[in-house]
Write a protein that binds this ligand. Structure first.
Ligand code: HT7
Ligand code: ZN
Length: 866
């Protein structure tokens, strides 16, 4: 297959100012008529080439005259018309089969309703069109369907609706904002609607409507609340007001991704929209809040200003993640949010950046753009914006954003133009900073200290190095903001002077490969708290001794680094044990320190819950290679058991003291209390005795919300035995008619680290409720197993790898973009000891050697082997 390259970008040969679409909906044979007002773009004689896939041609007419076979060609990918005037109208009609569309791209059926997914290249499965983001068009859409498809929705404003003969009806929508076709949306079907409204900062009333499965409207209340808060926040934080009179969201059960920001008509995976205390966990609430915000924020960063080409994907995604993370920090607390965001970055993006699929935040080539909706584009993309803000300051950052909105509104643009706005607003040359967009890999930053007691100076020696990544053997130094503060041995903040100025904290910008900075007026031997708030997406290496880390764990005013100190200590202890050199004294000391941190009255429960969670097995596997998954699992379990034994009394006290008192509330403080109580139970399960079994059983049985039900069930799962089997059966029986909860039932079993879990997972593919066509169900079982159950996935027999490869191949025939997302856990094969790595590699080879493989899976599996 042919790679697409950034360097090959050419402006579109033709522009489409207006399109009128006419949908005659029918599940097996939908007719789509399109009327395109086209004009030549520039002075050239190129043919008109429109994208189109899986379309059954009915007719093509130019300026009202039907084109014969010789005047146009249609193949699997394009409609080509060689001789066209400068300005003309093209009318086409095609037939498509939404019922047979299992790719869930273009127009498809979900739960008996029509719905669309056009990003990145789904519109070409609906009609012939220049399916590229830099063709911005005003859309008018007429939808006709049987009356049983009660709501007929598309982007923009409803112009007209009415009855038609034969039990049919219609609606006409017009979107006044020119947009690329990837933002087109259509939904038709029986839905309930939750309605509300908001008055914008300029006093305009906007109707808000969330459409859901019949009977589910009450479960959209939290999403509605999150939407209203997001709209207000964007006005306050970025001066961005909503622009249409109507904003709609539709929830669907069959969706390839989380959600989609179609202009005025967002479409959501129902798992990221529907919530009530009985069926949704606190994590669901948290995700709903952030995804609702994310999709809403795209209205400006994505819809009003879009990407010139798909290489610029981070322009909308990294920026919008940065915006949703800032929103969540304001809603839920900065430190806890930052820790969660960094955990996620380390769990998803670091392995990508250090493996065969490493790519820059702005890649320069791809086979299938669907494969580039990655943690690097989204999460590292957000980190890059965060660093930019740190480097130029909040004021210049906001001024640059204002300039970007003003200059590029209504256009498709590039990362270069985005950065240019900040150069102008800050007056700084950001050309070195641009390397963050072009260079893959996670930099390693080393900080060494030299304290001179007599001179009261602290010399910090910083250096950076980025290991090679595929296709980029030589790396440049990157401008890195390293936030630094100092503590003394008692944990008191140590003030210092830099360049004659007194301060408690400073940001050192490391621009070159190495640099030295001297801090003055340092009165006592310092403990260095470096990379506060995780000020840059790097791996930090310091010469800090364990005693320094204990000081930070107890007292660092930067809560991120307080948490990080605990993680670092735990990581080193587990790696030592996995490497055959256990440090039992150190383990005991760590348990004591965690105990002290738990009794800190000033710390929030949500923060303490994060302190209690040890670094994951995947993180440990990344930290020292070649990784031995069995030894890592053993080491982590041992430290958990030691903590459970040492903290037994405190854990029970937390479990009793944090019981829910009043009504359930999904707010961050209440969720933090539940998180800590469930974390305490989870740890107690590492020291299972009959009283812990009873505690877990009681926890499950008394649960009045899904967070606690899953907490109790997970603890029982970790203990195993009949109590777990009974609770598992009870859970399924109680929730079998709630698809989103059944997903949780599959996911829970998929992450069971117990001995019989692999057999159980294999067996679950034959369960009547397992449906590989539904991405949520498939991911609940298969992705959860491969990415969240390392000890069973890395079964020494290779059966875990074989299971994943079998699923990838089976799903590839149904839905290639979802199948491709399953490849990643095998991609890390080089990081594991050869007895594991070779088995993983063999499965990748089996996948690549399979005939009829999709481009999506081929691209990722072959790159993983290269
Ligand atoms: N912008 C949206 C991306 C998306 C997507 C991409 C590929 C295949 C299916 C998809 N569904 C949605 C989501 C977002 O980042 O907001
Ligand atoms: Zn997005």
């Amino acid at each position: 297959p042919q790679a697409i390259r950034l360097s090959d970008y050419r402006p579109p040969a033709y522009l489409i100012d207006e399109v009128e679409l006419h949908f005659d909906l029918s599940p097996n044979a939908t007719r789509v008529k399109a009327r395109l007002d086209i004009r030549r773009n520039g002075d050239h004689a190129e043919p008109l080439v429109l994208n189109g896939e899986r379309l059954k041609p009915v007719s093509v007419a130019l300026n009202g005259r039907a084109l014969g076979e010789g005047e146009r060609t249609v193949d699997d990918e394009f409609l080509t018309i060689p001789n066209v005037p400068d300005v003309f109208t093209l009318e086409t009609e095609v037939e498509i089969d939404p019922q047979a569309n299992t790719h869930l791209e273009g127009l498809y059926m979900s739960g008996g309703r029509f719905c669309t997914q056009c990003e990145a290249e789904g519109f070409r499965k609906i009609t012939w069109f220049p399916d590229r983001p830099d063709v911005l068009t005003r859309f008018t859409v007429r939808i006709e369907a049987d009356r049983k498809f009660q709501h007929l929705l598309s982007n923009g404003n409803l112009l007209e609706a009415g009855e038609l003969p034969g039990g049919r009806h219609y609606a006409v929508w017009n979107d006044p904002f020119p947009k690329p076709c990837y933002l087109f949306a259509l939904v038709a079907g029986e839905l309930d609607v939750l309605e509300d409204s908001i008055t914008t900062m300029s006093g305009r009333k906007v109707e808000l409507k969330i459409y859901v499965d019949p009977g589910m409207a009450p479960r959209a209340a939290y999403a509605m609340d999150a939407l209203k808060r997001s709209m207000k926040w964007d006005e306050e934080a970025f001066g961005r007001e909503y622009d249409l009179d109507l904003f709609m969201i539709v929830a669907v059960r069959d969706f390839n991704f989380g959600a989609m920001e179609n202009k005025g008509l967002n479409i959501f995976n129902s798992s990221l929209l529907l919530a009530d205390p009985a069926t949704a966990t606190d994590l669901d609430y948290e995700r709903i809040e952030s995804v609702v915000a994310h999709e809403y924020f795209h209205n400006w960063t994505g819809d009003r200003i879009t990407c010139r080409d798909w290489f610029q994907l981070c322009l909308k995604e990294g920026l919008t993640v940065f915006r949703d993370q800032s929103f969540s920090a304001d809603m839920r607390g900065e430190a806890v949010q930052r820790i969660k965001d960094v955990k996620q970055l380390r769990a998803r993006q670091f392995p990508e950046d250090q493996g065969p699929l490493a790519h820059p935040v702005r890649p320069s080539s791809y086979l299938k753009i669907d494969n580039f909706y990655t943690a690097t584009i989204y999460e590292k993309g957000a980190e890059v914006i965060r660093m930019l803000k740190t480097l130029i300051g909040a004021q210049a950052f906001r001024a640059g954003m204002d300039l970007y909105f003003e200059r590029w509104d209504g256009h498709a643009t590039t990362v270069e133009e985005f950065i240019r706005c900040f150069e102008e607003s800050s007056g700084q040359d950001l050309s070195d900073f641009f390397a963050w967009y072009e260079q893959a890999g996670t930099p390693k930053v080393t900080v060494k200290r030299r304290y001179d007691e007599a001179a009261r100076t602290l010399e910090l020696e910083l250096s950076q190095e980025t290991p090679p990544t595929p296709g980029q053997p030589n790396k440049r130094p990157l401008p890195l903001p390293v936030a630094v503060g100092l503590l003394d041995a008692e944990g008191r903040t140590l003030a210092f002077e830099r360049d004659g100025q007194a301060m408690d904290e400073t940001v050192i910008v490391l621009k070159d490969g190495a640099a030295k900075v001297t801090l003055h007026g340092v009165d006592r031997p310092p403990v260095v708290s470096a990379l506060r708030g995780f000020s840059a997406p790097v791996t930090l290496i310091t010469d800090a001794e364990p005693k320094d880390r204990y000081v930070l764990l107890a007292s660092d005013p930067d809560l991120f680094n307080r948490w990080e100190a605990g993680q670092g200590l735990a990581r080193d202890l587990m790696l030592a044990r996995a490497g055959g050199a256990p440090n039992e004294v150190g383990e005991e000391r760590f348990a004591e320190a965690v105990g002290r941190a738990l009794t800190d009255q000033a710390a929030e429960p949500a923060f303490k819950a994060l302190l209690l969670a040890l670094p994951s097995e995947q993180e440990l596997a990344l930290a020292r290679q070649p990784a031995d998954p069995a030894a890592i699992h053993e080491a982590r379990e041992t430290l958990r058991t030691r903590l459970a034994l040492h903290l037994d009394e405190e854990l029970r006290r937390l479990h009793t003291g944090l019981q829910q008192l009043g009504e359930f509330s999904p707010d961050a403080v209440s969720a933090g209390r539940r998180a800590l109580r469930n974390a305490a139970l989870d740890l107690m399960a590492a020291n299972p005795r009959s009283e812990v079994v009873e505690l877990a059983r009681g926890h499950y049985e008394a649960a009045s919300n899904m967070t606690d039900a899953i907490g109790g069930l997970s603890a029982l799962m970790l203990i195993g035995g009949q109590a777990f089997e009974d609770a598992l059966a009870h859970f399924y029986d109680r929730w079998k008619d709630e698809p989103l909860v059944v997903d949780k039932w599959f996911a829970l079993q998929a992450r069971d680290p117990g001995d019989g879990a692999l057999g159980r997972v294999l067996g679950l593919t034959a369960h009547p409720a397992f449906d590989p066509k539904n991405p949520n169900r498939l991911r609940a079982l298969v992705s959860t197993f491969a990415s969240m159950n390392p000890s069973r996935f890395h079964d020494p027999s290779g059966a875990g790898y074989r299971f994943l490869a079998d699923q990838i191949l089976a799903v590839d025939a149904i839905n290639p973009s979802v199948a491709a997302r399953l490849v990643e856990p095998l991609g890390g094969w080089r990081r594991y000891r050869p007895e594991y790595g070779e088995l993983m590699k063999a499965e990748l080879q089996r996948i690549v050697g399979t005939e009829g493989l999709s481009k999506n899976v081929y691209e990722l599996a072959s790159k993983a082997l290269a």
